[in-house]
Design a protein around this ligand. Structure first.
Ligand SMILES: Cc1ncc(COP(=O)(O)O)c(C=O)c1O
Length: 382
């Protein structure tokens, strides 16, 4: 018999009308009219070099072979160039796998890991599996600008803390760090000889962004994803960047010993090479869409956006004062073919406060959303 885990992955609760979460995801995935605001993915890439590169790779049948296990050197070089970092790179099947590998490599049973709530909750699960658990710092407050601050870290960490997770910009709120804050985090990591796990999945949406690895290279690991700004979520590709010493350590716990999807790597190489051709279009459209949402939210009594502007392609809309359960709001919008996320997906403590929406989608879809959202608040308001 396989014993139940103390720190098992939190079960996904299926929305109303679905028996399992997988059934729900299949339903939304297959509905071609569904407006995709529930996964922070990017739907703004048009026919471009990225698609061409993947089609060429497919047609060449290169996928019959295994790729180099740690990623094509060209891709590794392009990732370092994109970040203007020195070091080594492991190509993985996404940011999630990257997080798992780093956490499993670094933590020992008595250690702990600092995360924040709201945040990307799977990290807490990973932390719990390999250490005494995650110290999840509540950050949903204007007092700390809706983010994990250096002061909060100092307050919550202890002698067993081994990793501080910085999701930057933060899923779900879109808060991000100043250079000063990043320097302070670097100081904490160096002084305590611990690691900053810097998840930069949403970096390219930010107006400004500062890499922990620049300030504490020997105590930082950068988690990179091709799922968001690059528009490759379904291709499942990302990477880990760190000093050669750190990467050498993580290399020893690799799962995907036979490498990462060849077609995804071809897409990722083309995405980085062609970034200058599409990045402006993606970020400008995303920021303009955010303004449309803000204008609507400002017109509605009892709702507000905690972090505006969000430095990401998603934001939270606080519904607390309306008495609306975010789950009811997400269910209502789903019936209108708009996929959003109730707060409980990214928060254990504050899930009843907000709805998360992402907006790297065509403008007309955002306009449909704001119309429906206005109606939904009036319909569901308690
Ligand atoms: C903070 C954060 N890190 C990592 C990921 C997952 O990235 P990937 O699709 O590359 O596994 C997500 C996905 O939503 C995320 O929000």
């Amino acid at each position: 018999m396989i014993l139940p885990k103390k720190h098992a992955k939190s079960p996904r609760i299926p929305p109303k009308g679905f028996e399992t979460a997988n059934e729900f995801f299949e339903y939304v995935f297959n509905d071609k009219e569904m407006i995709w605001m529930g996964q922070n993915t990017n739907h703004l890439h048009e026919e471009d070099e990225i698609i061409d590169a993947m089609i060429n790779c497919l047609q060449s049948k290169e996928y019959c072979k295994y790729p180099p296990p740690e990623g094509f050197p060209e891709l590794k070089k392009l990732i370092l160039q994109d970040l203007d970092l020195e070091g080594d790179v492991l190509v993985t099947a996404g940011g999630t796998e990257s997080l798992y590998l780093c956490i499993s490599d670094i933590l020992k049973p008595n250690d702990n890991i600092i995360t924040c709530d709201p945040g990307y909750l799977i990290i807490d699960d990973f932390g719990g599996r390999f250490s005494s658990g995650a110290i999840s710092v509540p950050i949903y407050s204007s007092e700390n600008d809706y983010k994990l601050t250096p002061d909060l870290v100092k307050e919550y960490m202890n002698e067993n803390t081994k990793i501080i997770v910085l999701i930057d910009p933060l899923n779900p709120l879109g808060s991000s760090y100043t250079e000063e804050e990043m320097k302070e985090f670097a100081k904490i990591a160096i002084e305590n000889d611990i690691y900053l796990l810097h998840d930069i999945t949403y970096r390219d949406f930010a107006e400004e962004h500062f890499l922990a690895q620049k300030y504490a290279p020997d105590h930082s690991i950068t988690i990179f994803s091709f799922s968001k700004v690059f528009g490759l979520a379904g291709m499942r590709i990302g990477s880990i960047i760190g000093t050669p010493k750190i990467i050498d350590s993580v290399r020893k716990v690799l799962i995907n010993d036979l490498g990462t999807n060849v077609i995804s790597q071809a897409g990722a190489i083309a995405a980085l090479k062609s970034k200058k051709h599409w990045i402006e279009h993606v970020t400008t459209t995303t920021r303009n869409n955010q303004k449309i949402i803000k204008e609507t939210v400002d017109e509605i009594q009892g709702v507000f956006i905690p972090v505006y502007p969000s430095n990401s392609n998603m934001l939270a809309i606080d519904l607390q004062e309306t008495g609306i359960d975010p789950k009811d709001m997400a269910d209502y919008l789903l019936l209108k073919k708009i996929f959003t996320r109730q707060g409980s997906y990214t928060s254990k403590r504050f899930g009843d406060n907000y709805l998360r929406v992402s907006f790297s989608i065509p403008k007309y879809q955002v306009e449909i959303f704001v119309d429906e959202f206005k109606k939904a608040v009036e319909f569901l308001r308690k």
